[in-house]
Design a binder for this molecule. Structure first.
Ligand code: SF4
Ligand code: SF4
Length: 433
């Protein structure tokens, strides 16, 4: 099966229950931003720019957990900022899992290995002899593969620094969701730091050894080389990555201003128009058969320009330090004190693109996942055959690793220098392993 049965069933049951109750608008995924602090400054990131005056603020753990209960979305995407910087991240994940939610931790992966070492240290103390032997074998594998150092192994064996503190362990209800925009050179240029791609790959490999589920999320910009993205999927599928989300980039106002001021770049050279998005996503239907793309065939048809959809941003709300962000993850017209208020006070018919006409000029080029995917998932503009197509896609066999990963030159050189597009194209430095 393409996706784990338990997860698919949980989400389907939730949606059917909402429909049976006659609820018109409800949340399918909560984008929870406990903080906006980040250790990176990615070129197209709207968050760290829009919330630049409150980067030090963070949500209380209790507020995060209450937000999930309030909108009752079955899936919680913990994003930010970098959520692994949030001091209560372990308790937050634990609390959300106790609420029986599916948790995605959207991360740039720089602290992922540290979090997994902390889990290992605690687990090693808590498990019985048989399982301890298994974990020791895994530690040996991690050492052989160069995913931890001897010093790390010694620290792990010493046990947890704070035995009372929860850790983030592997479970079928949780995914690491690693931000990866392309292969080494391009990714490191976009995130404006060398070595990030390499760390992402080490973290993914370590997570797979330890039995975590791993997804990746990729944003497509105007200059993204789609062939390179295809190579990245080949590479990641051979690493055993469990799924990928892919979405066109949105032209955040704050990111555009930063681009002009700080990098002296023209935003129109970076962000996609609708026509360009459709061109970029021409192969998406082929990809959805070949790779484990997370999404629906209907949304992919929309991205490929084969059908029209309207926006249902209310289904993927965002909660952050200022409240419930309206109307959507991308645009900010107001922050509300509750999900009910966001639903009730937002004039939803002022947003989106209908029959090719943008109701709000800021929506004009938007085709992003968080606005349009729910329209497809919830069958809000269903056409004949959609239900069968979606069932076939979800319950069909999981695409096998393509076996092409070893041919991909994933580590294709880095000179990110001062950021996006300022680096020189370096000679390939190492063959991917
Ligand atoms: S890692 Fe994420 S939050 Fe941090 S700067 Fe990059 S896009 Fe923004
Ligand atoms: S079309 Fe895009 S930008 Fe506009 S409201 Fe929907 S998700 Fe937000």
């Amino acid at each position: 099966m393409r996706f784990p049965l338990a997860l698919t069933t949980k989400i389907a049951a939730y949606m059917i229950a909402q429909k049976l109750r006659g609820t018109k608008k409800f949340a399918t995924v909560l984008q929870l931003e406990p903080l906006h602090t980040c250790n990176l400054t990615c070129t197209g990131c709207g968050r760290i720019r829009e919330y630049s005056t409150s980067l030090k603020d963070m949500m209380a753990l209790e507020d995060c957990l209450t937000a999930a209960q309030e909108c009752n979305a079955p899936m919680i995407s913990i994003c930010g900022g970098e959520p692994l910087i949030y001091p209560h991240i372990e308790a937050l994940v634990k609390g959300l899992l106790e609420q029986k939610r599916i948790v995605y931790i959207c991360t740039n992966a720089m602290f992922m290995r540290k979090k997994m070492r902390e889990w290992l240290a605690k687990e090693l103390r808590n498990v019985d002899r048989g399982l301890r032997k298994e974990l020791e074998e895994k530690i040996d594998i991690l050492l052989v593969k160069g995913l931890i150092s001897e010093k790390d192994a010694t620290e792990i064996r010493k046990g947890p620094k704070d035995p009372a503190k929860p850790t983030i362990g592997p479970t079928r209800w949780m995914y690491w969701n690693v931000h990866l925009d392309s292969l080494e050179r391009t990714h490191d240029l976009i995130v404006e730091r060398e070595g990030v791609f390499k760390e992402c790959i080490l973290a993914i490999k370590m997570a797979k050894v330890l039995g975590y589920q791993v997804a990746t999320n990729t944003t497509i910009y105007k200059e993204t080389d789609m062939q390179e993205v295809e190579q990245m999927f080949d590479y990641l599928s051979d690493l055993g990555v469990d799924g990928h989300t892919i979405s066109p980039g949105y032209e955040y106002d704050a990111a555009k201003k930063d681009m002009i001021k700080r990098l002296n770049l023209q935003p129109e050279n970076f962000f996609l128009t609708r026509a360009m998005t459709i061109k970029k996503f021409q192969k998406i239907e082929e990809w959805m058969q070949r790779y484990t793309l997370l999404g629906t065939p209907v949304y992919f048809e929309f991205l490929a320009g084969k059908r029209d959809l309207t926006c249902s941003a209310w289904a993927i709300p965002t909660r952050n330090i200022r409240g419930w962000k309206g109307p959507c993850y991308l645009m900010t017209d107001a922050h509300y004190s509750s999900y009910a208020e966001l639903l009730g006070k937002t004039q939803w018919d002022r947003y989106g693109v209908v029959n090719g006409v943008a109701r709000d000029s800021r929506c004009e080029n938007c085709m992003v996942h968080c606005g349009y995917e729910p329209t497809a998932t919830l069958g809000l503009q269903a056409q004949r055959g959609d239900t069968w197509k979606t069932i076939k896609f979800n319950f069909g066999p999981k695409p096998k690793p393509t076996g092409l990963g070893s041919e991909v030159l994933a580590f294709n050189g880095v000179t990110s220098g001062n950021g996006h597009l300022t680096g020189k194209r370096a000679e390939p430095s190492a063959q991917a392993s």
